[in-house]
Design a binder for this molecule. Sequence first.
Ligand code: MD6
Ligand code: FE
Length: 215
Amino acid sequence: MTPLFDDHPAPSSREPLEDGAVLLRGFAEAQSSVLVEEADRVARSAPFRHMITPGGYTMSVAMTNCGRVGWVSDSRGYRYDPLDPQSSQPWPSMPHAFLDLAAGAAAAGGFASYDPDACLINRYAAGAKLSLHQDRDENDRWAPIVSVSLGLPAVFLWGGKRRSDPVRRLTLESGDVVVWGGPARFVYHGVAPLKAGDHLLTGPTRINLTFRKVY
Ligand code: MD6
Ligand code: FE
């Protein structure tokens, strides 16, 4: 007999977003608890902090980094810095579990031999958001951004290459990965204000890992 409903759905599926961009649903699901543990470990040496934008606003998303360099924002602008400005120490090294996951997702998105320099770790609490923007602080203009969602779901805003282009709203669940590079590298994107909730992995938060090839 053919079951009407499949109670063991495919653990991972791919949704092409456009040329150079793909949403890999569930791609990081099996590794999600290890990824959260490693993020916690990074945050014990380089604590989450709310950075200041060049315009003088405090970001609602709390951030830290691991890898050869970290993304920082302050009154002087955005940049990649090999040192954590809060401690003047190098950022924690990138956990192997992070690198493996990022390289695997990039390959699944059509980008072989991905070797990210930086992983920005974002922590969203209820109400935290990220306005529509392009990632343009990296010298490598082709290598993909790999973005891993953990914990509470969020609405990811997926626009076009111009700010005025229409914006799609994609719900990202824990374990979902978005890869965008090559012709899609400069697509405008953002995150809508996080809805309050409670998740087994991350409590009242969403954790996002964003990998970049900077140099
Ligand atoms: C996210 N983050 O947190 C996506 N981009 O789901 C970003 O797109 C991002 O957090 C540039 C700088 C910081 C970020
Ligand atoms: Fe971004």
